[in-house]
Design a protein around this ligand. Structure first.
Ligand code: GTP
Ligand code: MG
Length: 335
């Protein structure tokens, strides 16, 4: 119904800047929420250290990557030496320790794809998932946070895109649509591709930060304070960027051949990555390369049914930004 390609923006899109910025403002979590999260992390760390003195807790995901909206649950990673014990035993022990404290709804999910303990802290009202030794997630959280500090438009774009995806039901990996992490990577890649570029490619620059995790070397330029003028040559507004973002994913992305890659700041070919056939459950119908686990396609969850839904949603969004009298409302209408 919406499959109609418009090559250019045919309206005064800038009139919607204030409305989009106020949506963005309404999604930003207040400062006191951050303090509560830190407080919970500290008290969890005390509990954990009573059993494992060497263990550390790290925040990751949206509570730490600066793309978290207000009242999100928090994601915590327990970094622990697991040479003689398996993850399931650690999780069960952890659940036992947490249960004996004042924490509520403690639940060990040892058979999940990423095994976790869930809990709710009645003092702060925060729910939390704790996983074990998912250090790559801690490192990719830092990468996203570093990108967010370079240009304010990344956070604006990603918040609005995530809000759109949640409103439209296309942010559910178990239903074959994309994770928040994937959407943020799509936004970073998109801003790297603008002319002039709004974001640099940190992994192609001289590395000032380097860690090795599970044989993967994660290295990039992380002195982002020195890059605050990087995108200044490009004057595109959030309204314009939203229009271009959805237009790109609706009409211009080459789904048959292209892989988006934040790591290289460019488009790679499916052929070069050997992502041309279905292997197991990975179908590669939309290809988003993980910046560190480069054999990992974040689009792997998308199947032949959900790709259709996803592309129709991109087209709907592009259509609304082009024609709808009230795009700042219509875009987020529940499906
Ligand atoms: P919301 O909770 O939806 O606000 O966003 P979130 O940023 O917490 O997103 P999500 O639940 O998708 O992922 C949480 C974190 O887990 C991400 O920030 C990543 O660090 C990590 N993560 C999620 N999915 C993947 C994945 O497929 N591969 C890797 N390496 N890390 C992932
Ligand atoms: Mg999360």
């Amino acid at each position: 119904r919406f499959r109609k390609r418009d090559l250019e923006c045919r309206r005064d899109i800038e009139q919607f800047i204030p409305a989009f910025l106020s949506i963005y403002d309404s999604l930003i979590p207040p400062e006191e929420e951050k303090a509560k999260q830190e407080q919970l992390l500290k008290s969890l760390e005390r509990l954990v250290n009573s059993e494992w003195p060497e263990a550390r807790l790290y925040l990751y995901g949206s509570c730490a990557n600066s793309f978290g909206v207000s009242k999100s649950d928090i994601d915590v990673c327990l970094a622990i030496d697991e040479q003689d014990v398996n993850k399931a035993d650690i999780l069960l022990k952890l659940a036992e320790i947490l249960e004996s404290d004042k924490l509520q709804n403690v639940q060990a999910l040892t058979r999940a794809r990423v095994p976790i303990v869930k809990l709710m802290d009645p003092v702060t009202g925060i729910s939390c998932d704790i996983c074990i030794n998912n250090i790559l997630a801690v490192v990719n959280t830092k990468l996203l946070k570093d990108y967010a500090q370079i240009d304010a438009r990344l956070r604006q774009l990603a918040f609005i895109v995530k809000h759109w995806a949640k409103s439209r039901g296309v942010n559910e990996t178990y239903h074959g649509t994309l994770s928040s992490y994937a959407y943020v990577l799509m936004c970073i890649h998109f801003l790297q591709q603008r002319k002039p570029a709004i974001l640099p490619c940190l992994q192609e620059m001289e590395a000032t930060y380097m860690v090795t995790v599970d044989d993967i070397t994660c290295a990039y330029f992380d002195e982002v304070g020195s890059l605050s003028e990087f995108g200044a040559q490009n004057k595109e507004s959030i309204a314009r960027l939203l229009w271009e973002f959805f237009d790109y994913w609706a009409f211009r992305h080459d789904y048959a051949n292209a892989v988006i890659s934040v790591r290289t700041g460019s488009i790679l070919s499916k052929r070069a990555k050997d992502w041309t056939r279905r292997i197991g459950n990975d179908r590669h119908l939309i290809c988003i390369e993980d910046p560190f686990e480069i054999s990992h396609d974040l689009g792997r969850v998308v199947d032949k049914y959900s790709i259709k839904i996803l592309r129709e949603e991109f087209e709907r969004a592009a259509y609304i930004l082009q024609y709808d009298p009230n795009p700042c409302v219509t875009l987020f209408e529940p499906y």
